[in-house]
Write a protein that binds this ligand. Structure first.
Ligand code: GUN
Length: 285
């Protein structure tokens, strides 16, 4: 494969994220000039998980870049559900906080479903509230989860049509797999959702025109599992001492894929940029 062909197949997540951030920065300026409003995001982290801390830090850096005001709330791992709900309640009522992001995962004694429901649906930057999820299911997309939204944005950006395509999603989480499936169905794709209990995964992946992998299993997808020309989004992250790895065996799969997101530098930065877009939406743009 020529170098040109190799690089043209790699989706540049950082570049696209910058483009989305530019749009958000303009929106923030407009909102400030027209209504005197500065969008505000409150992030909540319960406990000190290093990976979660890093993700929250990256979200704050993105806020800084686009002009969103960010508040950082850190609760100890032992905080009770009542402590968390009381904080969420005060942020729900704070008119300077337009969006709330509760970093997942939560400690085992706190129900993520109850926590997501506690955040008022209009401040739900993650799109995890049952009201927003329900709207997504009936084809009325408003605040939707950031990673699936980012995937759709990439497809639009690269002029990949979705209608009638065979889409295979690996992973059926509430954060990625399920909302992703709904977004593709809303665009008239034929969608298969596979997961850890799926028998003969390869049978599904070989039929995929578009493949979204969010399993968290290093190099789960090998070159012999995909067809020529497939478009692949690698949402998986496995951290090891010597690096960060995706769910796709990148160096071999790139020879067959027409487009593929790298790890790192693919879906990750786009997800954060979409979060910035959602904060702006919450603030009224
Ligand atoms: N943890 C892993 N992914 C996410 C996400 O998209 N949003 C939140 N809030 N927590 C996460």
């Amino acid at each position: 494969m020529s170098a040109e062909s190799y690089y043209s197949r790699i989706i540049d997540g950082k570049f696209l994220a910058q483009q989305i951030e530019d749009e958000v920065r303009s929106g923030v300026k407009e909102l400030k000039n027209s209504h005197g409003v500065i969008p505000g995001l409150a992030t909540i982290l319960v406990g000190g998980d290093p990976a979660s801390k890093m993700y929250v830090h990256l979200k704050h850096k993105a806020c800084e870049r686009v002009g969103i005001r960010a508040e950082d709330y850190l609760l100890p791992a032992e905080a009770s559900q009542e402590d968390l709900f009381s904080l969420i309640d005060s942020l729900n009522r704070d008119i300077n906080v337009h969006a709330i992001l509760l970093q997942l995962p939560l400690p085992k004694h706190i129900s993520p479903q109850a926590a997501m429901e506690a955040i008022t649906s209009t401040k739900d930057a993650d799109g995890f509230h049952p009201y927003n999820m329900g709207k997504l299911m009936i084809g009325n997309e408003g605040l939707v989860p950031c990673t699936p939204h980012g995937v759709i944005r990439v497809l639009e950006e690269y002029n990949v049509s979705v209608k009638g395509k065979n889409v295979v999603i690996i992973g059926h989480s509430n954060v990625v797999g399920k909302p992703m499936a709904a977004m593709f169905l809303n665009r008239n794709a034929t969608v298969s959702v596979c997961h850890v209990f799926t028998d003969n995964l390869k049978k599904y992946t070989l039929g995929a025109d578009i493949l979204v992998v969010a399993a968290g299993v290093k190099y789960l997808i090998k070159a012999d599992m995909v067809k020529e020309g497939v478009v692949i989004f690698d949402v998986g992250i496995t951290k090891e001492e010597n690096g960060v790895y995706g769910d796709v065996d990148f160096e071999n799969v790139i020879k067959k894929a027409s487009l593929l997101t790298p790890v790192p530098g693919g879906v990750g930065p786009i997800t954060i940029a979409m979060l910035m877009k959602h904060v702006l939406m919450c603030a009224g743009k």
